[in-house]
Write a protein that binds this ligand. Sequence first.
Ligand code: M6R
Length: 362
Amino acid sequence: QKGGYDTFMEKEIHEQPYVIKETLRGRLGVSDVVLPELDLAKIDWKMIERVYFIACGTAYNASMYAQDLFRTWMPKMPSFALAASEFRYGDYYVDENTICIFVSQSGETADTLAALNLAKEQRAHTISVVNVLDSSLARKSEVTLYTCAGPEIAVASTKAYTTQLVLLVCLVLGLVQHWKETIPQIQEIVKDLDRMPEIIETILKEDSTLQEYAQLLKDKHDAYFIGRRLDYYSVAEGALKLKEISYVHADAYMAGELKHGPIALIEPGTVVVALATQEEVAAKTISNIEETMARGATVILITFQNQDTSKFDRVIRIPSIHPLLTAIPAAVLLQMFAYHAACIKGCDVDKPRNLAKSVTVE
Ligand code: M6R
């Protein structure tokens, strides 16, 4: 059942090249994406005034990333990423000119379902990105797009997350296509999405390095994750993964926010996992990382190919890829880091304490 792996989580991490390929099957053109499902919604695109991305936990981290991409390509269309549990009680404006996009592995999360019901009551268009076939969310949404991650047994989401990311990139591109907005470097983006399974194969070879770096957490109770722009959503997911399976207290911060408070937590030996995959803002992030090193932090840096890393002892480089897509390989690296940290601490990685695979209470 575990296909030769010690745990379901390890197996699911290693299945990612295949399930990403399956999720993208038939979706990629040369300079466009293929999403016939969107036509089922009968959306009058000219009338749409706002777009919400709504989800919980890992799926919420995927939603924040998707909303950022959407905002990048459709800056004039108001868009928001919201935790489903907040959306319900937040009096957000929703009407028939609103698109609500729900993201969920199980399709049964109570808060996300309640948010969907509310959106439907207000006559919004509803699109779901779901993994489990015929789940409640899938059945109740106007349009459903399926991630093809297959059954995810480990409580900590891995392959469901990366398949959400690739499908959300396609969905956002598909929405933008409907508004006929130009997407800079679309051909490169589509080409790199197509290459994603082989990129993830390469990333999986970093497993032993991450196992070595995870030893840093052996006797630690805290870790901090930092990143700027799109890297922030990746570190939010990396920190969630680490805390849920290893019980290490892990927080994610936007790199520029460190000096506004969290840097007070850094002391000699504090583990800081830093992501600087966005070339445009890398210099700023590197300077924030150096501020933590000046206070004694032990840093693990994940960055792009050409970044100067001469000041860093522990570095992993992501293969060359469009900067808007680095979140996908980065996710896999952070999953392996969390996995090894949990194993080193002797935790039950597949069934972490206090957590259920599907949260069906609000
Ligand atoms: O099934 P869903 O994607 O709706 O679940 C949402 C969260 O409960 C889920 O992502 C949770 O955060 C995972 N344990 C994360 O690994």
